[in-house]
Write a protein that binds this ligand. Structure first.
Ligand code: FES
Ligand code: FES
Length: 150
């Protein structure tokens, strides 16, 4: 099937297999490998992207469902090689160790801050509840998001 998708402000037209998952389309067809695949079953959140402004797990959508959609991936955050405020806060607060969860965590955090500029700690924890981190224990991630919100 032929689909047209806008990803990080750029429009792509591609032929895709109707069974192709959106995460595989993003990573393998568009070569945007920032979004990770952790489970392929909607549990880990490593593949989280913004889909028409909503944070979604892109392993739970088919590429054909993105026809006409506006998508933002973790690559949209930095410009000219500079970290954006949220990425810098993750770095400053040691909010990552292996980094596998980080792209999805950042996009869930971005979604939260786009809708709530000054979230409480409880709101931050709820905002990232769909994202699993095996390394950090979450405390520094919550601190980073809190700092980025200021
Ligand atoms: S790879 Fe999509 S939720 Fe884990
Ligand atoms: S930093 Fe390793 S899974 Fe989160």
């Amino acid at each position: 099937m032929n689909i047209t998708v806008t990803v990080n402000g750029e429009t792509y037209e591609r032929d895709v297999d109707p069974r192709r998952l959106l995460i595989h389309f993003i990573r393998d067809d568009l070569d945007l490998t920032g979004s990770h695949v952790g489970c392929d079953t909607g549990n880990c959140g490593a593949c989280t992207i913004l889909y028409n402004g909503d944070a979604v797990k892109s392993c739970m959508l088919l590429a054909v469902q993105a026809d006409g959609a506006k998508i933002e991936t973790v690559e949209s955050l930095s410009a000219n090689g500079e970290l954006d405020g949220l990425q810098q806060a993750f770095s400053d607060h040691h909010a990552l160790q292996c980094g596998y969860c980080t792209p999805g965590m950042l996009m869930s955090a971005k979604h939260l801050l786009d809708h709530n500029a000054s979230p409480t700690e409880g709101e931050i924890r709820k905002g990232i509840q769909g994202n699993i981190c095996r390394c950090t224990g979450y405390v520094n991630i919550v601190e980073a998001i809190k700092a980025a919100s200021k």
